[in-house]
Design a protein around this ligand. Structure first.
Ligand code: ZN
Length: 194
């Protein structure tokens, strides 16, 4: 039976790199893949997944009203699909995660999602919460805090490196706007600003 996978991590743990490697492994064996990324993330070229170590691949974009089940189901009429990869899974809506579950359960295609678990306040993203609830296989990709402990949290920082503790849940950025920290150092930095 095809599974729904959720690989989560803090910022800069190499999620996109891991996705691109896994997708390459499928295609190297002559299998067909479809890649999705969030329309909201414009760090790479529009419609591309890119990793910090220089890998890049074109991807379909999803926004809040994209019906992912319909996109894949329609695509299947033209050619087979062996695996669906989705980056920035934290931006999925609850119903889009249900659509991904149907791709696995009804169309028999594995769906492998990569995303952040929590936002800059340390709270679950909607897409991540639903994936944690529904995924068959949940794995953590690990990265480390400056202290050497596992980094699980994403601190939003301003130009001076100070913690940002209020604002919109979604604010796109990379190394310059976020830093991955262990829980202890996240709350130390966060509470300093409150
Ligand atoms: Zn730490």
């Amino acid at each position: 039976m095809a599974k729904l996978y959720f690989n989560y991590a803090a910022m800069n743990a190499g999620k996109s790199t891991t996705l691109l490697q896994a997708s390459f492994n499928y295609r190297e064996r002559g299998m067909e893949t479809v890649e999705f990324t969030a329309e909201i993330d414009n760090r790479a070229a529009p419609g591309a997944i890119s990793s910090r170590i220089g890998l890049q691949r074109n991807a379909e974009m999803f926004c809040t009203d994209t019906n992912l089940y319909e996109v894949i189901n329609n695509r299947l009429t033209a050619h087979p699909i062996d695996c669906v990869f989705l980056d920035e899974a934290q931006f999925l809506s609850k119903s889009q995660v249900l659509q991904l579950a149907r791709i696995a359960d009804e169309l028999g295609i594995p769906v492998i999602c990569y995303g952040l678990r929590t936002d800059f306040r340390g709270e679950l993203f909607e897409g991540s919460a639903q994936l944690l609830a529904l995924a068959d296989d949940i794995r953590e990709l690990k990265t480390i805090c400056h202290c050497g402990r596992k980094a699980t949290m994403n601190l939003r920082i301003d130009e001076t490196g100070a913690a940002v503790t209020s604002g919109e849940t979604i604010e796109i950025g990379g190394d310059d706007r976020y830093t991955a920290l262990c829980r202890k150092h996240f709350f130390e930095a966060f509470s300093k600003e409150n």
